[in-house]
Design a protein. Structure first.
Length: 312
């Protein structure tokens, strides 16, 4: 536990921030306009902006973003915990965007595009896994200094994380219901709960390609967690017996299992870190804490792709 108390440098006067979440108006530049500007400034950065902002701040609402780090306690480690929590939410937003578009490309039979997008999604997951390296610098005694201020707040209540889990097929009506009372969040969570996942769309594609997929997999309750199916396993086994660069379905299978490999690393790092911080004490959100996370590490999004490893 740090023996020193934190001092918080002031970065933004919050009262002056435009708190609208909408994009701010900005001019659009071109190669020609950028060249003309560099001629006027002799190649030096523009610094003489008028008004009360500048284009970099406006492009991503940076002043608003950097006014949102407000820890609840005087514990030194809380700022690290707070910022990394927000960073992960943004990364989950980016990850979901990629998974959503990978699913859209599969629906349009654009497998190669989907493979390319899944590769970027894997990059997001690697970045997320690395976030635990920063959080692991918080020791148990440091976490205990501010843990009470969390109330029942828990990462399990992250609606962005829930969107990621749902688009990957790990559906849960119970976990979705945590957002029923949030009118600006619930409609999209509910929609995601009842929409076929990325893997469901991949299975539909296998069926369109002539692989015999059981009807009970093609027509099921999408709000239920996906479970392994023998017809899907048989299809993947047939595909993976031709492991060539020309076999786009084999390449899709490899991209999916590589993605899940790194997602499993993210989950495992989370499990180990929480075990180090709180042992087997209950989680803040009512879960069994480490016991809950340990069960999560056993889950597979694409179970048949793991099962067929026994048959190679």
């Amino acid at each position: 536990m740090p023996k020193y108390k934190p001092k918080f440098p002031k970065i933004v006067e919050a009262e002056g921030v435009d708190t609208s979440p909408l994009p701010r108006e900005m001019p659009i530049s071109t190669d020609e306009s950028r060249y003309n500007t560099s001629k006027k400034t002799s190649g030096k950065p523009v610094t003489d902006y008028t008004g009360n902002s500048n284009p970099y701040i406006d492009y991503q609402s940076i002043d608003l973003l950097l006014s949102l780090q407000n820890p609840r306690s005087k514990a030194y480690d809380e700022m690290c915990f707070y910022i990394m929590g927000q960073v992960k939410e943004i990364l989950f937003r980016g990850l979901h965007f990629e998974l959503f578009n990978a699913r859209e490309q599969i629906k349009e039979d654009q497998v190669n595009n989907s493979i390319e997008i899944i590769s970027r999604a894997t990059g997001f997951v690697k970045y997320l896994a690395d976030s635990w390296s920063v959080l692991s610098t918080i020791k148990a005694e440091g976490f205990n200094e501010f843990r009470d201020y969390l109330g029942t707040a828990s990462g399990q209540l992250s609606f962005m994380y829930r969107h990621v889990e749902f688009i990957l097929g790990n559906k849960s009506i119970r976990m979705a219901s945590a957002h029923k009372n949030v009118p600006h969040v619930w409609p999209e969570i509910e929609k995601s709960l009842h929409t076929p996942s990325l893997y469901d769309e991949v299975i539909f594609y296998l069926n369109r390609e002539g692989y015999e997929i059981s009807k009970d997999i093609l027509e099921r309750d999408w709000s239920k967690r996906y479970k392994a199916n023998s017809s899907v396993k048989d299809a993947w086994l047939a595909i993976c017996k031709n492991p060539s660069t020309e076999n786009k379905l084999f390449q899709l299978a490899e991209s999916l299992i590589t993605f899940e490999e790194h997602y499993a690393i993210y989950r495992w790092k989370h499990f180990i870190l929480v075990k180090k911080m709180i042992g087997y004490k209950s989680g803040t959100g009512g879960s069994a804490g480490v016991g809950w996370l340990e069960k999560v590490t056993e889950h597979h999004f694409f179970p048949e792709l793991w099962d067929i490893r026994n048959d190679f």
